[in-house]
Design a protein around this ligand. Structure first.
Ligand SMILES: [Cu+2]
Length: 146
């Protein structure tokens, strides 16, 4: 029994050591933010962005925009041969990693747009992080992110 407790403690210490990146200050750069144009009838929209973290661990906890009634963080997954989107509570941005929110993957979902998103327009989207300060982005609406 003592041996088992010792082993568990060792495992916990190793786990804690691996989390040391979490003590460093995150340093997140935002690249290539864009929103997909919506159909003429306003419905939902999607925002994509690349988050480059050259510091310690952080987590994208929520997003906000006044162009939609609600904003959710979503993931896209295959369910059989159907692509299905579902909300996720947050999107981790681990130390030293680049997390790409892109079509077919994770994205920021604009629920119930108040107006259609037209190419050439720019919308304001705020990203809220667990550790980093909130960032408000000017996000261009582009047909395919080009
Ligand atoms: Cu979605």
């Amino acid at each position: 029994m003592k041996k088992l407790i010792g082993f568990v403690l060792l495992a916990l210490m190793l786990a804690a050591a691996q989390c040391n990146g979490g003590n460093a200050v995150p340093k997140i750069a935002v690249e290539d933010a864009w929103a997909r144009p919506s159909a003429m009838k306003a419905g939902s929209g999607a925002v994509y962005v690349t988050l480059k973290n050259t510091g310690g661990d952080d987590v994208l906890v929520s997003a906000a925009s006044d162009v939609a009634e609600a904003v959710e963080l979503h993931q896209t997954k295959m369910d059989g041969d159907m692509m299905k989107m579902s909300p996720v509570p947050n999107i981790p941005i681990p130390a030293g990693e680049t997390v790409k929110l892109e079509p077919g993957g994770e994205h920021i979902m604009l629920i119930n747009l108040k107006q259609p998103l037209k190419p050439g327009e720019t919308i304001s989207v705020t990203l809220n992080f667990e550790k980093s300060d909130a960032m408000t982005l000017d996000v261009p609406v582009k047909p395919n992110g080009e």
